[in-house]
Design a protein around this ligand. Sequence first.
Ligand code: LM2
Ligand code: CA
Length: 453
Amino acid sequence: SHVMATPSSTSTFVHLFEWSWADIANECEAFLGPQGFKAVQISPPNEHIAGEQWWTRYQPVSYELTSRGGNRAQFIDMIKRCKAQGIDIYVDAVINHMAHGNGISIAGKTYGNKQYPIYEPKDFHKPCAIKSEDYVNDAWRVQNCELVGLHDLDTDSPRVQTTIAGYLNELVKLGVAGFRLDASKHMPAKDIAAILKQLQHSPLIFQEVIDQGGEAITADTYLNNGMVTEFKYSVKLSHVFKKGRLASLKGFEKDWDLMPSDKAIVFTDNHDNQRGHGGAGDIVTFQDGKLYELANVFMLTYPYGYPKVMSSYNFNGDTDAGGPTEQVHQSDKLNCNDQLWQCEHRKPYITGAMRFRAQTGKSQSIQHWWDNDKNQIAFSRGDLGFVAINRGSQVMNVTLQTGLPAGVYCDELSRTSANDCSGKTVSIARDGKANIALKPMDALAIHRFAQVN
Ligand code: LM2
Ligand code: CA
């Protein structure tokens, strides 16, 4: 039976959206392992419909490991090479539904009339379409009807539950350490519980439930099964960074009515809402440049939830567009640039904030909160670290209590690696106070384990 795996408070993971298995293996070795990320969320590895759009991955034809990400051998190689770097793999498991209509899969198989290599018509709910008003007033329809025409599996049936559990168990046997359960809101929590009960190990589970309030189905129903995506965080954090006041972030966990920290998966943006799909709003994304980096700095340095860094590609306004055809890692170059893969996780401030979280995770307390009532804030992580963010248009120049012992500290965000002190430094006096100077749209994060001797 299922025992819940929980992440450590020092951990951060990254969604390498639409990256191939070969690229992910290379990234684990070249960057993620050496920098200290905990895990990668990969795009769905199951056999899916043919087509160029990114969302073909969300239309399963079978649970065979043939996808745009690569084949089974490449999948296994990725897991091994990432594991050797200390990096876990989280699979995006699409288990609420199968592909819409009739067609051909990426592996050349045909499907149609609810006939798939692993399912037959009796494994599905009677067809009905989820209408937008159902989300507000009809929980049954949200879970038993079809989401955008995707044939809805009868997740209440023992045969379907065993088939899904078989898929997840197979992945765990290959070394997969966690699952994002896609479209969890569209499955009754008790069906998910019955599937998880059949798992032979304890992978980390996080359920994708879009709950921004006001709907018939609420995220809290799912907390007994594992972690849950906290969409309120993404929307509200985006709002504050784009058009609010950073000072209003003081005590946000209570103000925003969020789920408990140890249940929450948090993110600035995700693969859906960054392009106007699932639960979109006015979301902060890579297109916001420095503002986006500062939002990530806040997410990563503040002790709430298990943070997921989004790693995207330029889609030039085409919200259906698949990823670049160029691989990220080519023999002579790295295709991380404005036109192709965005590699947000490699932006120095984002990577640096991830390292800060790894170093300060032992202290969950926020102390010495300071703000100027506008867009300059600062806080300490107990006596382990101190953060300041200036999203304002004025220079920040203020003497603050840091809660840290006297010394000269290296800023984790602006140094080029964890072994040098090439960026800003902060001098803390005997009384714990320091002069904090930041240009507009800048931040710093210092901690006990990066000091000038
Ligand atoms: C999810 N979470 O609950 C994913 O995060 C989201 O990306 C998925 O939608 C969705 N649930 C189903 O797994 C994406 C995409 C949709 C796309 C579906 C299926 O956002 O636009 O729908 O995947 O590929 C597409 C078409 C839609 C069509 C449907 C069926 O956009 O117009 O509906 O395929 O052919 C007839
Ligand atoms: Ca369903």
